[in-house]
Ligand binder design. Structure first.
Ligand SMILES: [Zn+2]
Length: 301
């Protein structure tokens, strides 16, 4: 916050700010009505994760809040009551800690695999872990705006792991209703392009929850279909090499160990020049994030 220096100038500036504030406040009053409690602090709409943005100074009545009206009634939002676990694939320090990342962990099918991997990157060096972190962060905001509670499998893009078995068990461990793992692919063929969605097949074999696992599998299929629809509607290209843009695999611990409906998104081919440009742009990543949120809404509805 800047403080206007000077004696006479201070009051001139203060008066100008006050008048501007009154003017904006008047417009807000006209636009939103006087009974909406424009200046009341937001009544913390839902027990969401750590959102640090949105706190607005209220020095000048009517100016705070960037012109936004008061928060919508949580009951009117499509995802109120739903907890979404988002899993940004890989992590920023995996490459520097090969022993830790390479340690073997259960794969959910009786075998084992590496704790975590480095992931792919664009030819220009934009890393998949940075892409997944940014998209998941943006998707988190979009989902929270729709009423969901969101939990992430990692807190930043500077660490190692978590291991894939932890990611897989994350949704049930934190009481989430659904798991969406965010990745991008790195086919050697630079002509390969398009997104696809992976579900566990055969359905997960975790020795918990018994009969509900069949329901989870069916729900994962519905979630995959919803994601394909949402990404397609957002203008993204479905993979030309995966039928229906839904891949069924049994080798991904993240999916095998999920005791909730779960999908893994391969949002882009990072070595394809067109999709590398898309993934490297903030606008592109926001579009991916919004499509993920739309997919969850379609599935939940
Ligand atoms: Zn990946």
């Amino acid at each position: 916050m800047t403080d206007p220096a000077g004696r006479a100038g201070r009051w001139t500036v203060a008066l100008a700010v006050l008048l501007a504030g009154l003017a904006v406040g008047w417009v807000s009053w006209l636009a939103f009505g006087s009974g909406a409690g424009d200046e009341r602090p937001a009544p913390s709409p839902s027990p969401t994760t750590e959102r640090t943005s949105g706190a607005s100074a209220t020095d000048v009545p009517g100016v705070a809040g960037s012109g936004k009206s008061s928060p919508p009634d949580p009951a009117s939002l499509p995802l109120t009551g739903l907890t979404v676990a988002l899993d940004p694939g890989h992590n920023g320090a995996n490459a520097q800690h090969p022993d830790q990342a390479g340690a073997l962990v259960p794969d959910g099918r009786g075998g084992s695999k590496a704790c975590n991997t480095v992931g792919t990157s664009t030819d220009a060096g934009y890393a998949e872990h940075a892409f997944t972190w940014d998209v998941a962060s943006r998707a988190s905001t979009a989902l929270e705006d729709l009423g969901a509670r969101v939990v992430l499998t990692r807190a930043d893009d500077d660490g190692v792991g978590p291991c894939v078995d932890v990611r897989g068990g994350f949704a049930q461990d934190v009481g989430a209703d659904v798991l969406v793992s965010v990745h991008a692919n790195g086919s050697d063929d630079r002509a390969a392009k398009g997104f696809f969605v992976i579900v566990a097949d055969p359905p997960p074999v975790v020795e918990i929850d018994g009969p509900p696992r069949a329901d989870d599998a069916a729900s994962s299929e519905r979630l995959a279909t919803a994601m394909v629809g949402a990404l397609g509607s957002a203008g993204f290209t479905p993979s030309g090499s995966v039928a229906g843009a839904i891949s069924r695999r049994g080798d991904l611990a993240t999916l095998n160990l999920a005791a909730r409906p779960a999908v893994l998104l391969e949002l882009a081919e990072m070595r394809n020049p067109d999709e590398a440009a898309l993934a490297s742009s903030e606008e592109g990543r926001q579009r991916y994030a919004d499509a993920i949120a739309a997919g969850v809404v379609a599935w939940a509805g």
